[in-house]
Design a protein around this ligand. Sequence first.
Ligand SMILES: [Zn+2]
Length: 457
Amino acid sequence: MLVAALAVAAGAAAQSPRPPVALVVIGGTVITENAQRQIFSPGAVAISGEDIVAVDRPEVIASRYRAAATIDARDQIVLPGLINTHTHAPMVMYRGLADDLALMEWLEKYIFPAEAKTVSPAMVRTGTRLAVLEMIESGTTTYTDMYYFEEEIARVTRDAGLRGVLGQTIIQFPVADAKTPADGLARAERFLQEFKADRLIVPAVAPHALYTNDETTLRAAAALARRYQAPLIIHLAETEDEVKIAREQHQATPTGYLESIGFWGPRTLAAHGVWVDDDDIEILKRRGVGVSHNPESNMKLASGTAPVRKYLAAGVALGLGTDGAASNNDLDMFEAMRQASFLAKHATHDPTILPAAQALALATIGGAKALGMDALVGSLEAGKRADLITVSVAASRQVPLYDPVSHLVYVTRGDDVQNTIVNGRVLMRNRRVRTLDRLAVIAAANQLAPTVRAAVK
Ligand SMILES: [Zn+2]
């Protein structure tokens, strides 16, 4: 309604005073990621309430709107906030705890035992605060999560002002927040109810993987998500072992097996999708499944190389993710873009694959499409939620600047982000996070660290 009112008022600007807007981000190179991939250099973004009301040249915005507040983005790049389509936020507490291992050994000897001894509502809150701080500081404005006590993650995320598609984990064996899959499903349903109308949190159902859930549980998780029209998130075909398990137990690929039990549908998101064949890709495309590509985690765990070229050629909705910080080991989406581009080139012996513009699209509008949220976020356009970041290009490694898109993908780091705005709210201004007490968040994580360390000794 406000958007419509402002548009009408803007049309009559010559006769009437300029309508007020809450915030204008002005100056700098504005990379919109709209369908035309429009870039304003310089540009400006007008924000009112939760929404972007206009994106244009600075003089046009200044002549049309009266800004209650401005952010001067001269000598910066302004772009849509980055979208991390796969992580496990509280796992920042396991960062660096066990490296240089294969996925199954890493999970079974270190991560699952550490989780069994340390996951609690308090641990999840402490870890999520640290993760959310890192994400705000490195320019992520929407993230997708799969973990335990997801309602705690949701409350911390909402309080910090970040947008989240947050999935309550469902897993066959007893875990900290559920003794049985039925408990997990009941917990997931309460979670869906509690957050279904939230402005920032999209609650989701997250069966961990096909090798950690039986068919009854997978079917029940899918049915629950459909009943609430909620996203359904799963790890898919991350390793070759998973394909072996699916072939032995179900005589199918992981993707094919999940297709055979009616798991896939719109608003399903598959994390990794490394070991897929052409038939699998066709299924994922036909079912409208979003795929989260996690190049850094896949390389570190030597899981394999997702067929990014084939996904893109098939028109699968592809986004980028960091995965949890235990397998990356950070949540910096700039690095995810860079590594996605390098890995695709390295794997195909073709340096023209996944150029900078395409890597940037995967981390913004591509991630939004993978999550089915592209009507709301992923680009800077009037009517979308005001989720944007500004990036300094003042570091020595960023000089000279010929092509801002090249710089964002090939030299920018999360630390270069200056301002992070989500849903119209400034979460970080000039690198000062306003919604979390940075020192207290870090102190709390450090205080918990010895307990985590002791759990795997
Ligand atoms: Zn994962």
